[in-house]
Design a protein around this ligand. Structure first.
Ligand SMILES: NC(=O)c1ccc[n+]([C@@H]2O[C@H](COP(=O)([O-])OP(=O)(O)OC[C@H]3O[C@@H](n4cnc5c(N)ncnc54)[C@H](O)[C@@H]3O)[C@@H](O)[C@H]2O)c1
Length: 337
């Protein structure tokens, strides 16, 4: 019987949980047949199945490496036709060394139908889905006051979406009106990105429920969901990251007992500045940004993707079994100043 569903002592019976395959309940036997030299077995992911979107490069690639090294069966979904050279190198190296496996599927996560099919087929093949990282993301930078004024046709998109953005069209000033339209359009783009995050986690949750796998999800937010990243003119990107943080809270609540009384946990990882192809592009556009960002956090430098490996393993394994609806900020102290 589920400890949460019909057990009258449900409020006091949480201590047997999580129990389905958790290494926590069997950890560190010092002798006998169960003895294993492994330490911290709650971080092991042996035989568990994961989907990582946007994992062909950058931060996502560091995530897939970490999951495979911990024994996971990992599927990277990315819109790039071919995986990058470093992805292929990772594929050969980590699979042989650590026992996990790494697979690639070309998917644009904006294609909701294809995304659903691919996630469903992965879950069907293994009769389970244990975790998902919603990492795919794009960044759009532009000063809010400089949206080009020749894009009125885009209003249609906004109208079609029936967003309340329409309210801002009430401005009398024509220039202001056009600016609002374009800001609205960018908001539309980023809400689409936000919707992409929802789409893949929702399909993931459906599969976890179908195959009765209490699993967990990590949405990739950003410290930019909490602050204005110095020097980066990206009001709408930041707003979309704030929305992702809130989405995590709500989904956590909805799915806290979704798998026969057991949870699908949802947490949001909020990194600070990281050297990835996305940020290298920012530096190309504005070389002064590097120094600005190095000076903006307490550690005086920009982070590397590998510095998030431990965090992702923590969030996706039983090591974080009592954590849901959380936002883990790793930013060198940037947002604390
Ligand atoms: N780099 C940073 O400083 C930083 C900081 C905080 C948060 N983030 C977030 O981390 C995530 C990864 O960023 P990154 O810096 O590694 O970026 P990146 O551009 O280097 O990599 C993003 C990956 O996502 C893929 N992708 C983009 N749109 C996609 C789509 N529609 N469908 C499928 N794949 C798609 C790209 O092909 C690419 O492989 C993003 O969500 C980003 O917002 C980055």
């Amino acid at each position: 019987m589920s400890p949460h569903a019909t057990d009258p002592d449900a409020s006091t019976s949480h201590t047997d949980y999580p129990s389905y395959t958790s290494p926590i309940s069997q950890r560190l036997p010092t002798q006998g047949p169960g003895h294993s030299p492994h330490r911290f077995r709650e971080f092991e992911l042996n035989g568990r199945v994961f989907v990582v979107t946007g994992g062909a490069q950058g931060l996502g690639l560091a995530f897939v490496e970490a999951l495979v090294e911990a024994g996971g069966i990992v599927y990277c979904l990315d819109r790039q036709k071919e995986p990058t050279a470093s992805f292929s190198e990772t594929q050969g190296r980590v699979a042989a060394e650590f026992g996990g496996t790494l697979h690639y599927r070309q998917v644009d996560v904006q294609d909701a139908k294809l995304l659903d099919e691919v996630i469903a087929s992965i879950a069907e093949e293994h009769s389970r889905l244990d975790g998902l990282i919603a990492n795919a993301g794009i960044q759009y930078t532009k000063p809010a006051l400089e949206y080009p004024a020749d894009e009125v046709s885009r209003v249609r998109i906004i109208k079609t979406m029936e967003f309340e953005i329409a309210l801002i069209l009430l401005s009398d000033d024509e220039r202001q009106l056009q600016r609002c339209l374009l800001l609205g359009r960018e908001l539309y783009v980023h809400l689409t990105v936000f919707t992409m995050v929802s789409a893949n986690v929702i399909e993931g949750a459906k599969q976890m429920i179908k195959y009765k796998t209490p699993g967990n999800m990590v949405l990739i937010g950003s410290m930019s969901g909490f602050n204005a990243n110095k020097g980066l003119l990206s009001s709408v990107y930041n707003a979309s990251k704030a929305a992702v943080i809130q989405l995590g809270r709500n989904l956590s609540m909805e799915w806290a007992r979704a798998v026969d009384g057991k949870p699908i946990r949802v947490n949001v990882l909020c990194p600070g500045n990281i050297i990835t192809p996305m940020v290298e592009n920012d530096f190309k556009n504005d070389p002064s940004l590097r120094k600005t960002w190095e000076d903006a956090n307490m550690l005086g430098r920009i982070s590397e993707p590998k510095e998030y490996r431990g965090a992702i393993l923590f969030l996706l394994s039983d090591a974080s079994s009592f954590m849901t609806a959380g936002s883990l900020v790793i930013d060198g102290g940037y947002t604390a100043w």
